[in-house]
Write a protein that binds this ligand. Structure first.
Ligand SMILES: [Zn+2]
Length: 473
């Protein structure tokens, strides 16, 4: 087995920073050692990290590679998407397998496994989207948890597609409480939103801007509240995905203050992109159409505060790229037909690092939000998200001073625009190692498809569920 040492850098973990050398033996971290203490030897590769940060590889727990949508697929395959992720310092993704309607969850998992296995550059796991909750699928949840699919996503949005009503949500939450699974929620009131969408289109307002106008932040706040109440009745842990609104954040903060096992992620687009972008000329605004929609600066500021106070625990991307050509174009004149989603898997580490540059979060918090907390919440810690001896040798050497410009001309995602075109960021991924193998060296791709393995995740390991939350079951 090959050995290597990452030398002379500042090791940053969620718990602290120190000058240390990281010794890697095969796929695992062997030790963190005093700088310069590893003796020369012929079979030892050396990576110079002087002046750089050495951090655990990023973990993006919300991606959609090759996701079918209205007769098309999200533009990144598991190969191109994970290669782009690697370029951006992410060494593990958790994507979403989808239970087909009138089909089994197992079927969905097999479909997605066939798409991903042998094609990923970095390690990957799956959450399971339950799109058709019934008795059979509730029973299936146990077996899926045993096989390392320990989180289930439900939708309060998209009636007729992914939507589950409150009764179905409660049933899944009860089954999750029994199996130790996490329930993930897309919390927007889709029934009300669909009324607003229909009214807008009937009034001749089909432009991209109306996508945001018909999904007001209060309907995210309301759904978040309802999800928290239902999870409390069932006694299961709850994770709100892509939280974008201050009203939703207030609900999560109140639940956490009350000691509930409620967690939430936000995404870079909700921290950096202003809703006015959707008002761009012609179809320009379609570039920024995702759900929930990007919102105003007041929301951005509230979310940054939430990242600081741990009311928001994770930053993921909800990477779901669609090209302007042939894909976003489908929504010309009717915003409800614009494929929802933004490309971003490559830029998460860099964009959130701007919070360090601007002194909104510490470097340790940056690592926690992008790697350690996702690993803890989704059953990967300490194998991933840490630099403890025995952990997978997933490492990033990060140059905190070098600037670069985000652009379609420079990115590696298979999509024909950048949502961050022309934005200069401070901090650049230099070297990326996945289980001891160098994937990115001075910005150049050295990895290969098929290196990435499926990761079986453990059940949620949070605090004991309060007995009072079990609703007398
Ligand atoms: Zn998503």
């Amino acid at each position: 087995m090959s050995r290597l040492v990452v030398q002379g850098g500042t090791v940053v973990t969620a718990s602290g920073s120190a000058s240390a050398d990281v010794l890697v033996d095969g796929e695992r971290i062997e030790a963190l050692l005093a700088p310069g203490s590893v003796a020369e030897s012929g079979d030892l590769a050396r990576i110079d990290a002087r002046g750089k940060l050495v951090v655990p590889g990023g973990i993006d727990v919300h991606t959609h590679m090759e996701m079918p949508f209205g007769g098309t697929f999200s533009a990144d395959t598991f190969f191109t998407g994970t290669r782009a992720a690697a370029h951006g310092g992410t060494t593990t993704i958790i994507d979403f397998a989808i239970q087909p309607r009138a089909g089994s969850a197992r079927q969905g998992l097999e479909t997605w496994m066939a798409r991903a296995e042998g094609h990923c550059v970095i390690d990957f796991g799956f959450h399971m989207i339950l799109s058709d909750v019934n008795e059979a699928v509730l029973k299936e949840m146990h077996g899926l948890v045993d096989d390392g699919v320990t989180s289930f996503k439900l939708f309060m949005a998209y009636p007729g597609v992914f939507y589950s009503d409150d009764g179905k949500i409660l049933q899944v939450m009860q089954a999750a409480a029994d199996t130790g699974a996490m329930v993930m929620m897309h919390a927007e009131n889709g029934i009300a939103i669909d009324v607003l969408v229909a009214q807008s289109l009937a009034a001749g307002r089909g432009e991209p801007m109306m996508h945001g106008e018909t999904r007001p932040s209060v309907l995210e706040g309301e759904a978040t509240h309802r999800a928290i109440v239902l999870a409390g009745v069932a006694g299961c842990p709850l994770y709100i995905v892509h939280l974008s609104a201050m009203e939703a954040l207030a609900e999560v903060a109140a639940a956490r203050d009350a000691g509930k096992q409620v967690f939430a992620e936000t995404c870079p687009q909700y921290l950096f992109l202003d809703e006015s972008l959707m008002a761009g000329p012609d179809l320009e605004g379609a570039k920024y159409v995702c759900s929930p929609p990007i919102r105003t600066r007041a929301h951005h500021d509230a979310l940054w505060r939430g990242l600081g106070t741990d009311d928001l625990s994770v930053v993921s991307t909800d990477h779901c790229p669609f090209c302007m050509k042939d894909q976003k174009e489908l929504g010309r004149g009717d915003f409800s037909k614009i494929p929802n989603g933004l490309p971003g898997v490559e830029h998460r580490m860099d964009l959130i690092y701007q919070g360090v540059v601007q002194r909104k979060i510490t470097p340790e918090r940056w690592v926690e939000l992008t790697s350690t907390a996702p690993a803890r919440l989704f059953g990967l810690y300490p194998k991933k998200g840490s630099l403890l001896p025995g952990a997978d040798a997933d490492l990033v050497v990060y140059d905190p001073d070098r600037t670069h410009t985000l652009s379609v001309a420079a990115h590696h995602m298979a999509v024909d625009y950048s949502a961050y075109e022309g934005r200069e960021v401070t901090g650049t991924v230099e070297t990326v190692i996945s289980r001891g193998e160098v994937l990115i060296e001075h910005g150049a791709f050295k990895g290969r498809d098929g290196h990435g393995r499926f990761v079986r995740r453990s059940p949620f390991s949070g605090l004991a569920v309060p007995v009072s939350g079990r609703g007398g079951r």
